[in-house]
Each structure stands twice: as C-alpha cells, then as structure tokens.
Ligand binder design. Sequence first.
Ligand code: GSH
Length: 205
Amino acid sequence: MELFSYFRSSAAYRVRIALNIKGIPHTLTDVNLLEGDHRRAPYLAFNPQGLVPTLKLDDGRVINQSPAMLEYLEAVYPERTLLPEDPYDAAVVRNWCSLIACDIHPVNNLRILKFLTGTLSVSEDEKLNWYRHWIKLGFEALEPQLSANPYCFGSNITFADLYLIPQVYNALRFHQDMTDFPKIQQIYETCNQLDAFIKASPDHN
Ligand SMILES: N[C@@H](CCC(=O)N[C@@H](CS)C(=O)NCC(=O)O)C(=O)O
C-alpha cells in the first residue's frame, strides 16, 4: 500500500498510526502542502479535492478520505481491531472521531487559515485566536466524555485515539493551553510512548 502523506497533515497522521498498529506493509510518499503539491498534477488526478492523504491500494485503487481509509483498514485487517465489539460502544468511539474530524479539524485546515489571512486580511494574532477557539470548544465537549483509562475508550486503543493524538499535536503546536484538559493530555502522553504512535508522529516523518 502507498500512503500519500504530509508530515504535518493530521488526517494522514491518523492513517499512519493505523498502518503501524495493524502492521500493514506500506510506503509513504510525500505531498508537500506548503509547496502546493496537493493542488497540482499528478496528485489531483487521484485526489480531485486536492487534500492529503490518499491511500493507494496494491491493485491501484484509491481512497481519498481518512475516515474511509480507517474503516477500510479495519474491515480488511480486523486482527488488531480499533473498534469496540459492541455496536453502541463503537458508535460512541465514532462520535468522538466525528467531533474531531468534522467539527474541529476542518475549520483549522491550511486552506481555511490561508483564506482568513489572505482573502479576509485577518491578522496572525486573530488567526491564532480562531485556531485555538475551535480546538478549545471541541476539547471542552470531549474531555468529560473520555475514560482516559488509559486510552480514550478504556484499556484498548480505538479509532478515537488515532483522531485525538494528531489533534492534540496541532493544539500544542499552536500553544493551546491544555490546563483544562487533563484526560486528553494524559491520553496524549500514554499513546506517545507507543512505537506505532511515535513512528507516525510529524517529528519522525
Ligand atoms: N476530510 C479529509 C480532510 C483532509 C484534509 O483536510 N487534509 C489537509 C491536511 S490535514 C489538507 O490536505 N490541507 C490542504 C489545504 O488545506 O490546502 C480527510 O479526513 O481525509
């Protein structure tokens, strides 16, 4: 498998963690977002949205959205499962994934930040304020729901941890105050002791 990835892309980071946890042989191909590789051929041909990541299967077929990639990997490589068996529990985990992937991450994406500072002439300080605002709002809703024992859902790593850790990485990069989020902080520290997470981190890509 080939993952078209960018070291700081949190959507790609989620998938890198899953590939590592499940031990799936893969290569990483860099798509440099700052240089605009994602909005040019040849990348656009198999990701018409011009967003990273893209997962290319061994037979050449592609998947464009990170949640779809994770669901695919879970279905095809179920041995090291990343979802609770109980359907309701699995829905809880997916709730948390959506909270991050649909309600925090998209509004802080590179193209949104560029639109703010470029088209809308928002200052760097106001941009940072925007960035932290949406993370804080999301984390305030998430924090009381998490078990943090020691992972988001309990004793097993689930999709929720794969979504949370990249989001926390971004939060820290933008100097988000984490004082009010001790469980999130603890899950972050616990996951970051594991090889699968360490190898997937932007610091090692
Ligand atoms: N819903 C997509 C989001 C992908 C996404 O937003 N990718 C970001 C990097 S994390 C990107 O390519 N940004 C480029 C840009 O905003 O110009 C997914 O989960 O795969």
